[in-house]
Ligand binder design. Sequence first.
Ligand code: G3H
Ligand code: 13P
Ligand code: ZN
Length: 334
Amino acid sequence: MVNYKDLGLVNTREMFKRAVAGGYAIPAFNFNTMEQMQAIVMAAVETKSPVIMQVSKGARNYANASILRYMAEGAVAYAKELGCAHPEIVLHLDHGDSFELCKDCIDMGFSSVMIDGSHLPYEENIALAKQVVDYAHQFDVTVEAELGVLAGVEDEVSAAESHYTKPEEVIDFSTRTGCDSLAISIGTSHGAHKFTPEQCTLVNGVLVPPPLAFDILHEIEKKLPGFPIVLHGSSSVPMDEVETINKYGGHLEAAIGIPEEQLREASKSAVCKINIDSDSRLAMTAAVRKHLAEHPGDFDPRQYLKPARENMKKMYIHKIVNVLGSDNKLANCD
Ligand code: G3H
Ligand code: 13P
Ligand code: ZN
């Protein structure tokens, strides 16, 4: 059993309070590999941004739970080595699907967990979230719960259709669960294919998806003033990365994400955590495909993973500075 504080990590409480008050959002980037982790830390240090490094159940199975715990400890040490004396790094479980998984992560040094009971009946979602909160809070670990269902794949849970969060439920849900933040459904979804071309409008040759349900977000904010809100499924699916992938042998059709302008707007509200995974996958894959196509004789992983890491770092910095606005927001930037 290890507490996250012993690993130099922080929970989300203070950073969310500052983000809601300051009108910006904290980036929550998923990682499975060392290169992703390095790129996240480099970007956070360069921009002096707090950051949430998150792992799904699938990522944990892929990378191994013990290795991840040491990677998180390594991330803090690496940030300091890069010159950040007071990094604010959260290790977060993304889409925890059971009390046992959340407990295991808390016991292994995670500073924050998500319990995703969004697919369960309302009362069961509350009971499960409360069970996790009661355990997590004993160790000062913060808990994200979800109300409303996102379309797409959430680890091993998938839903064909989204169900927007009902604003009339949020006070009861957050009070009875005691959760520290609430993930809501207002039109985002997971993966690189968030909308079909038929759902979009063609503007100047670009497919523009329908806007997020900001009216629902604002109603939720009115019911829960200052309460931290989380947006999942917030990759923008940059067209240049998709084009690079397709140019160098890939086959990604009709990949459409959330326009960054909408995420910029959401960041100014009580939305204080924005989840991005697919954009990292696209940045990595585009760079690897390009490198291998241009250097067919290369077979040392460092030759193609270095440009992949650089491309992810560039993307993370762009999100932090130009979309979420979390740059220079460390409590202590020295
Ligand atoms: O919300 C899902 C995240 O993008 C994690 O995806 O379960 O494939 O690791 P994964
Ligand atoms: P994207 O698939 O849009 O990157 O969403 C990631 C996410 O919500 C992780 O929980
Ligand atoms: Zn998610």
